[in-house]
Design a protein around this ligand. Structure first.
Ligand SMILES: Cc1ncc(COP(=O)(O)O)c(C=O)c1O
Length: 350
């Protein structure tokens, strides 16, 4: 098997990581140019006057346990969006390399590609077949300059999961040649299997997870890359030190106690039940043409007129997402599943 790191930008493979000042509990820290005093409102355990650990290792251990992998397979990032940026910068040389996406999908892949000046190849989802991916076209479309394929399952904004076999077909066809990034941001809302088996089987496959959705922590900005340890080491080398802040570390450590996790699981169940109810009710609304099945915490809806739909919702003080910049999604609306009373507010508007 060829070394998967050969795909990374050669100059980055040579990069020496930054070596941060040490920290040893009980020793006076005169090595990092920090302030010796806390501010009065600082109620963190570590103290905000000193830098966070260069990498949040305790958090990494906790997340490894949560996702059932060894610590060395985990990189903690500021939201999974930071991981997307990191992967594109790490593997795509500006003005030269390409990545592939399957629109309509999460728009940040395109945005970060643009920031890095990486070309985006698009193989659209097959709308006539219910917005599924087209594995053969994906494999035929890639070139020698393609470094990453982004696949999102369940997909944002269409809501559906990708078939395991379709992903495996791609992973197998491009192994040793291209990284396959499986974005599982909404996995907890799906009753389908995650792609851990593929990540374990293929060295070129990574998974992205986030705490922004299932466990009510969008505000702490915690994302997770799960991959081969050598890929994690490489990404860690290009991620600046101290990037994950102390308050976020401490909040996540507290939020992962058994009680909070159980509450998180119950709330996922509540949202899934609401998702089924909302879907059924939406289908009875005259302004709605079609409601797609969803494995995520939102529903993708084709309306007669997205602008009118959005306006009617707004008059009831409810915001929904439309896609005015994407002609193919002109009359589509994405509705996040909320609490029962929030969903009722929307339904009553129609
Ligand atoms: C598919 C997908 N991936 C990743 C993210 C980013 O999540 P975060 O940066 O909050 O971890 C989102 C956010 O909406 C998303 O929809």
């Amino acid at each position: 098997m060829a070394d998967i790191l050969q795909l990374a930008r050669p100059e980055l493979r040579e990069l020496k990581p930054y070596s941060p000042g040490g920290y040893e509990s009980g020793l006076v820290r005169l090595n990092a140019n920090e302030s010796p005093w806390r501010i009065p409102s600082d109620n963190t355990e570590r103290g905000l006057n000193i830098y966070p650990p260069p990498r949040p290792l305790l958090l990494r251990r906790l997340l490894a346990e949560h996702y059932g992998v060894i610590e060395e397979k985990i990189l903690v990032t500021r939201g999974s969006t930071e991981a997307i940026d990191l992967l594109i910068r790490g593997f795509c040389a500006a003005g030269k390399d390409q990545l592939l996406t399957c629109p309509p999908t999460f728009d940040m892949y395109r945005l970060y590609a643009g920031i890095q000046n990486a070309e985006v190849l698009e193989v659209p989802l097959l709308r006539e077949k219910g917005f599924i991916i087209d594995p053969k076209s994906i494999v035929n479309r890639v070139t020698e300059r393609t470094k990453i394929i982004f696949l999102c399952s369940p997909n944002n904004p269409t809501g559906q999961s990708i078939e395991h076999g379709d992903i495996e077909f791609i992973c197998q066809a491009v192994q040793e040649k291209i990284l396959v990034v499986l974005d599982e941001a909404y996995q907890e809302f799906s009753d389908k299997q995650d792609f851990s088996a593929l990540e374990e089987k293929y060295e070129n496959v990574l998974r992205l997870r986030t705490l922004s959705k299932f466990i009510s922590l969008a505000g702490v900005r915690c994302g997770v890359v799960i991959a081969e340890p050598k890929l994690i080491d490489f990404l860690s080398c290009i991620l600046p030190p101290y990037s994950f802040p102390t308050p976020s570390i401490e909040l996540v450590l507290k939020a992962f106690d058994k009680r909070s996790l159980n509450i998180g699981k119950e709330r996922v169940q509540v949202l899934c039940t609401e998702r089924a109810r909302l879907k059924k009710e939406l289908m009875n609304i005259n302004d709605v043409k079609k409601v797609w099945p969803s494995d995520a915490n939102f529903i993708f809806v084709e309306t007669l007129n997205a602008k009118n739909f959005q306006e009617t919702a707004r008059q009831a003080n409810v915001l929904v997402r439309t896609f005015p910049d994407q002609p193919a999604l002109k009359n589509f609306v994405r509705i996040t599943v909320g609490r029962r009373e929030d969903n009722n507010k929307l339904l009553q508007a129609f």
